[in-house]
Write a new protein. Structure first.
Length: 134
């Protein structure tokens, strides 16, 4: 009985060891196209360049808008910001967020919005201050 248990334990250990072995290999599908890292980088660079061009065109169109049209956009953005501020207040009441942290966020959001509105700058995609944040 002792030998049977020992052999069973050894066999189980061997199967477990083989299952965890890094030697395991899987066959790949040879019909798929492989992209090298440099091709991926080039594709990403092309996408970034295309996006920059779109943003530049949008900025140019933004600059042709009248003050009244810009104010309409800013009004919608202000409503959206107010909704976010209300949401943060609710999260504070529910104890999900810290009041001091929310107060700092609210001040920062309000300052950024006021600066954007006063300067008349394009309200959407800006240069990111966080490089390689993904």
């Amino acid at each position: 009985m002792y030998k049977t248990k020992l052999c069973g334990f050894a066999l189980t250990g061997l199967i477990g060891f083989i299952g965890l072995s890094p030697i395991t290999a899987y066959a790949g599908d040879m019909s798929t196209k492989s992209i090298t890292l440099s091709e991926k980088d080039q594709n990403n660079q092309d996408k970034k360049t295309a996006m920059k061009e779109k943003v530049q065109k949008a900025r140019e169109k933004w600059n042709t808008l009248t003050d009244k049209q810009k104010d309409e956009v800013y009004l919608l953005m202000e409503k959206e910001m107010q909704s976010k501020l209300n949401l943060m207040d609710k999260l504070v009441k529910l104890g999900v967020m810290d009041k001091d942290e929310v107060d700092r966020l609210k001040v920062r959001m309000t300052e950024k919005f006021n600066h954007m509105k006063e300067s008349g700058e394009f309200p959407f995609p800006r240069k990111s201050s966080h490089k390689n944040s993904r």
